[in-house]
Design a protein around this ligand. Structure first.
Ligand SMILES: CC(=O)CC(=O)C(=O)O
Ligand SMILES: [Mg+2]
Length: 218
């Protein structure tokens, strides 16, 4: 059997589990209630995008927003993982975008429908290179930022998360068995806004990693 390389986790086709409203400032900017339990939703592996290919706005949306997020790559699977050992299940990190068709999400919310069309379309999860866990010793205290065409739009710190990474791993693993190669998106800080065709999105985690994506349309 050929062994797979975790540094290309996006090719493995495993789960993308997303946490919403994990930063109070972002929940408030969208007039959402600050949650007392994590809000979870999923993206499909066809959402993955790596640098060099454009983010494609789907035909059915006129308002796709950027959401910059720290992604946690699972290295060791498990069910009902205690918080105390949760970090032992982490292989590393990736900077991620949770591209969101906000107009469609608003419509789904008003009708009580799931967010799949808004969140899980192809190219809705651009990712940076894989970052081995040793390169981010304290993932609960790193700056994540994003600019669009050179203008800063998002500049947050993971210390602002409502639910910590160990808590999220433990909470999620009670409901969904985590597997090697799964990715957890940990939520976005404030500053989300709509992107336009030809925009250039440039984002980073402190001085650890940066990534650039262009926007196109289907
Ligand atoms: C309202 C949202 O889209 C929630 C979300 O994805 C987040 O990161 O917060
Ligand atoms: Mg998000």
């Amino acid at each position: 059997m050929t062994s797979r390389n975790i540094s290309r986790f996006w090719e493995w086709g495993k789960k993308i589990i997303c946490v919403g409203r994990n930063y109070a400032d972002h929940a408030k900017e969208l007039n959402n209630i600050v949650p007392t339990e994590p809000v979870l939703f999923l993206k499909t592996p066809s959402a993955y995008l790596t640098e060099g290919s454009p983010i494609l706005i789907p035909k059915y949306s006129n308002s796709v927003h950027h959401e910059i997020e720290l992604g946690v790559v699972i290295g060791k699977g498990g069910t009902t993982i205690p918080q105390s050992s949760a970090m032992q299940h982490v292989a590393g990190y990736a900077l991620c975008l949770d591209m969101t068709a906000r107009d469609v999400q608003d419509d789904c919310k008003s009708k009580g429908l799931p967010w799949t069309l808004a969140k899980a379309f192809n190219t809705s999860c651009p990712v940076s290179e894989f970052i081995p866990k040793e390169r981010i010793p304290d993932p609960g205290n790193v700056k994540i930022w994003l600019n669009v065409n050179g203008q800063m739009r998002q500049n947050g710190c993971t210390s602002q998360m409502i639910f910590s990474i160990p808590f999220l791993i433990s909470y999620i693993s009670e409901i969904i068995t985590l597997e090697e190669g799964d990715l957890i998106l940990t939520g976005t800080p404030k500053g989300v806004s709509a992107v336009q065709v030809h925009d250039e999105l440039h984002a980073g985690i402190d001085d650890v990693v940066s990534m650039t994506f262009k926007v196109g349309r289907l």
